[in-house]
Design a protein around this ligand. Sequence first.
Ligand code: CTP
Length: 397
Amino acid sequence: MSDLANKRIVLGMTGGIACYKICELVRRMTERGATVDVVMTEAATHFITPVTMQALSGRPVFVDQWDPRVPNNMAHINLTRGADAILVAPASTDFMAKLAHGLADDLLATLCVARACPLLIVPAMNREMWANPATQRNAAQLRADGVTLLGPTEGDQACGEVGSGRMLEPHEILEDLIAYFQPKALAGKRVLVTAGPTSEPIDPVRVLTNVSSGKMGYAIARAAREAGAEVTLVSGPTALAAPRGVRRIDVTTAHDMLDAVMGRADSADIFIAVAAVADWRVKEVSASKLKKTDGGAPPVLEFVQNPDILGTVAALPRPPYCVGFAAETEDLARHAAEKRARKGVPLLVGNLAQEVLGRDDTTLVLYDDAGEHPLPRSSKLAAARQLVAEIARRVAA
Ligand code: CTP
């Protein structure tokens, strides 16, 4: 995936044991198409060598303000001009204090003061250092100055203590960095998404479910979050991790999902129903395990229909903007148009089940009052971003 294509990032490293994790981060950033210029403080070079960072970024690494390789002796200007962002990871206590006061006594600090691009910092320090009032003051000052802080988080620390101050993991920093560059078309909006299958019990050890992986719904939740929305994801059982910054509510049955959704639908601006909700549940769930007997007849299950969650939300007196999904095996356009009318939703997104189930890519077709709008085949995340942009455009109109 080339989420960071055409992005040039100045990656600043300051002294801290978390430096070892930045090797992985640089690999992932370059894999996604970013050009990464690593700048290290002298302290950072005690943890990781510039040679390592040069090998991983494939570009010269800068440490010294007076680097003789820079013909005009202005590395602090040259490096930030044309950069899309400076990302300082790890950002030490000392470096945050310097930044908050505008000090410029080494190359990285000078770059930050002389920058003409956004600055994101990823604090990493011992819990007492993070909790120190001076550090908290500096963090507040940096936020007020327009610096974006990613983390820190809580957990085990290299010093053996446990608490807040731990650096985000490389994949989390990457996800936040990618999100930072996405257009904020849904800023201030509340988005509710359902995803995954539901699982309907038969007896204490057996369930009725379907093969939905949840990938599309999770990608949409992530894309909506990247677009600046506050996102709640009501999810049936899946093997997926919640996207960063998304509140996930785990449910099992269609009824659980309905309850979780109805408790939140009134305050949502947009509802996107992506879940593959079981259409039926077993009428009488057996309290004990159904047993087979030699030569006995197999059990006969009687079903009742589950509530239609999307239809219920769309029928509210003041419904959020409702988006439905239809995975069909044939006759997509006809089924989608019929489903859109039956559920009473302004936008229905169709795809062919055999082309998308469990896969990482998809082809979506949008159906609304104006007709049929196919989106190009792409990864589920890219398709989710396009869909979110389309929803934002319609909601704004
Ligand atoms: N949906 C829902 N609650 C249900 C069933 C479906 O909210 N009980 C939502 C899905 O999340 C999706 C849309 O409705 O957004 C279409 O679901 P689908 O199961 O394909 O449609 P059905 O109405 O069940 O029609 P059919 O099973 O006949 O295809």
